[in-house]
Write a protein that binds this ligand. Structure first.
Ligand code: 6GU
Length: 232
């Protein structure tokens, strides 16, 4: 998969994408990330990327011309673009099924804007999807774009070592994960549940299923209502 990210703050994005799962996906050649500094597509001595909102109000709005020019330059390279995603708190809220669906694409573009937004003509003419990462406001779309890249990158075939591990995640079948333990079997007087050291995989699976169900009931009953019964 290729992901192009359009931003005025390219430095924010560099660190996280050079670490952990996105970095592993890139090393394996399964993910290619191109970061585009919007300022390079802005004109004039000041290379201005934003301006005051027509009609007044607080905050600056990203100008349309640099974004159009940047996207046109991006579209000339590589495979056809599948989705142009604008990261915005008023978008569709990201969840696991959405990440699964996006991971099937060959090429995504993400636009990370200011929190006061972007000229509406960008949204009307370039953007094919608007995505939020939750019901709270961030100061820009960069961190949200990172979250989306990470959620998608770990689903690309071959990125995770154990092929089944993405499928057993919390949320992947609508339930939260069971508690996990590692050695030592007893730590400061607190022992690992006996079943996990029993070697009886049928019992272990049954215990985990029950733990997942109880945890989901207690913490996220909304997930049980939304759940697809065929997930069992
Ligand atoms: Cl995508 N952008 C911003 N600025 N804030 C957010 C968000 C996105 N998702 C949740 N809050």
């Amino acid at each position: 998969m290729r992901v192009d990210i359009i931003t005025c703050l390219p430095d924010i994005l560099k660190g996280p994408l050079d670490e952990s799962i996105p970095a592993r996906a890139r090393r394996k050649g399964l993910l290619e990330i191109h970061i585009h500094d919007l300022r390079e597509y802005a004109e004039g001595k000041h290379r201005q990327v934003d301006d005051y909102p027509f009609g007044g109000g607080a905050g600056m709005v990203l100008k349309p011309e640099p974004i159009f020019r940047c996207l046109e330059a991006i579209a000339e390279q590589g495979d056809p673009i599948d989705e142009v995603i604008f990261m915005t708190p008023d978008g569709e809220v990201l969840d696991q099924p959405m990440a699964n669906g996006l991971s099937l694409n060959k090429r995504l573009v993400m636009i990370a804007g200011h929190y006061k937004g972007v000229d509406q003509r960008v949204r009307d003419h370039l953007v094919t999807r608007e995505i939020s990462i939750g019901d709270y406001v961030l100061s820009g779309g960069e961190l949200a774009a990172m979250v989306l890249v990470d959620a998608v990158a770990r689903l690309l075939p071959g990125v995770l070592g154990d092929a089944s591990s993405a499928l057993t995640d919390s949320f992947q079948d609508g339930l939260l994960d069971a508690p996990a333990y590692t050695r030592p079997a007893e730590f400061r007087g607190d022992a690992v549940p006996e079943v996990l050291t029993s070697g009886d995989h049928k019992r272990i699976d049954a215990w985990r299923d029950e733990q997942r169900l109880q945890k989901t009931k207690a913490r996220r009953p909304d997930l049980l209502e939304k759940r697809d019964p065929s997930a069992d």
